[in-house]
Design a protein around this ligand. Structure first.
Ligand code: PHE
Length: 444
């Protein structure tokens, strides 16, 4: 605690770091499989509504808490509301981060595996990509080794410090990934039969609606925006005093949603166009589950000139996108232990690494455990965290702090209506919507 806390060096660095946390496997791996499961367009509509109605406001709320306290997720509640139980919201967040790392690292390992398969050329001799993916799932040693590699890689960046490690990697790689996705969208949507995929993605079929689609879409929104666990809070604790919080929240959310939609526009047209037997597409998509990305994308690359190079670059960039997300997750847990238990950053990090390795190993060998961690964190822990953060800023936090943070102490002008509207969202709209979605998801 004696060291001074670091801050991000530049404005671009801040957006890049927050976007780096948001954009990750959640967009490119999880979004398509949840969309497939949720019946396509209807899922996407609800997902976007969640982002607009409470995703962006909640991100701003996390920024407010983080920057006004300049502390870790639990310490922030401690500082802003000493002697109350609000600190449990921060603690729940830290626990959630840990749970997410426990399965996310396994998918990071798959991504690295596909990168290796690409550069060695083996991926493009495969004829059945489903079988190829299942082979990886069956190979526990390989999954564990790659997961361990990724955990250590993340820890290395955390060790190198906030500014250098996170900022630099995010600033360069994110734009490249974005461009690559655009190229892939062009290829995928010009395949014969791609239109069916776009229809699935953008034309709602109300007959297909599942009762859990609201909960699934809400969970995906929280997960993708890194909300509800104090991640954005922790990053905002490193923001500078002149950072425009609302602007960054909007920029990050728009970027994040665009990446998810682009990923969808690559995967669904490819899946529909390239599936050997069109009748089984929809059921395959639904079963697609965690494998959808790893089955469809290599197939698409096989339809592009220079498949090895495309797929090597894609899986490399995807690994980097995942890395900027795992860094943010691990940072939350590490800085919490470091600041709350007065351990050095190094000791704290070591503890976190050991914990994640244990959890990661179990999820690598057990798909049900993997799914449990995924579901518990995205559909329950994050929205519950978000609900309480909303209530905290809406009802408990001194209005003066909120206002000072939103306007940077009066330097940015903001209309009274805007401030009132924002307060209404945090007090009523967001908490009630989250609760209703929960109830509907559980009962429906
Ligand atoms: N948003 C990240 C992704 O989409 C995952 C994440 C969730 C990161 C929660 C931090 C906190 O991949």
């Amino acid at each position: 605690m004696s060291e001074t806390r670091s801050t991000f060096g530049s404005k671009l660095g801040m957006v890049a770091a927050a976007a780096g946390s948001a954009v990750g496997l959640g967009n490119i791996w999880r979004f398509p499989s949840e969309t497939a499961d949720g019946g396509g367009a209807i899922f996407i509509i609800i997902y976007i509504a969640c982002i607009l109605f409470f995703g962006i406001p909640l991100m701003v709320a996390e920024f407010i808490v983080g920057r006004s306290s300049r502390a870790n997720a639990a310490g922030a509640f401690h500082k802003l509301s000493p002697g109350t139980q609000w600190k449990w919201v921060g603690r729940l967040g830290v626990l959630t981060g840990f749970v997410i790392l426990g399965f996310y690292m396994v998918v990071c390992g798959w991504t690295v595996d596909y990168f290796i398969q690409s550069i060695t050329g083996t991926l493009h001799t495969v004829s059945d990509f489903s079988a190829n993916f299942n082979q990886l799932l069956a190979n526990n040693t390989r999954q564990i080794v790659l997961m361990v590699f990724f955990v250590l890689l993340t820890a290395f960046f955390i060790f190198a410090g906030v500014q250098k490690g996170i900022e630099r990697s995010a600033k360069i790689m994110m734009p490249v990934l974005f461009l690559l996705l655009i190229v892939m969208v062009i290829r995928a949507t010009t395949l014969d039969g791609a239109a069916a995929g776009l229809n699935f993605l953008f034309k709602p079929d109300l007959q297909e609606v599942k009762s859990t689609v609201f909960l699934d879409a809400m969970g995906q929104a929280f997960f993708s925006l890194s909300l509800g666990m104090g991640c954005m809070m922790t990053y905002a604790s490193y923001f500078r005093d002149d950072t425009h919080l609302t602007k960054i929240a909007v920029q990050v959310s728009v970027l994040d949603s665009m990446v998810a939609l682009l990923a969808g526009m690559v995967i669904f047209p490819s899946a529909f166009a390239l599936a050997a037997n069109p009748d089984t597409i929809v059921s395959n998509l639904v079963e697609g589950g965690p494998g959808l990305l790893f089955i469809t994308i290599p197939e698409l690359f096989n339809h592009m000139q220079g498949s090895i190079i495309w797929s090597a670059i894609f899986f490399l960039l995807l690994s980097v996108a995942a890395l900027t997300s795992t860094i943010s997750l691990m940072e939350v847990v590490t800085v919490y232990i470091h600041e709350e238990y007065r351990m050095s950053r190094r000791e704290a990090l070591l503890l976190v690494v050991i914990g994640v390795l244990v959890l990661g190993t179990v999820s690598a060998v057990s798909l049900p455990f993997f799914n449990l961690l995924d579901m518990a964190s995205a559909k329950f822990m994050l929205p519950i965290g978000g609900l309480f953060i909303s209530l905290f800023v809406g009802w408990y936090l001194d209005k003066k702090i909120t206002q000072a943070q939103l306007t940077n102490n009066g330097k940015i002008s903001m209309g009274v209506t805007f401030l009132k509207g924002y307060s209404f969202i945090l007090k009523f709209l967001a908490p009630i919507a989250i609760l209703l979605i929960f109830l509907y998801g559980l009962i429906g």
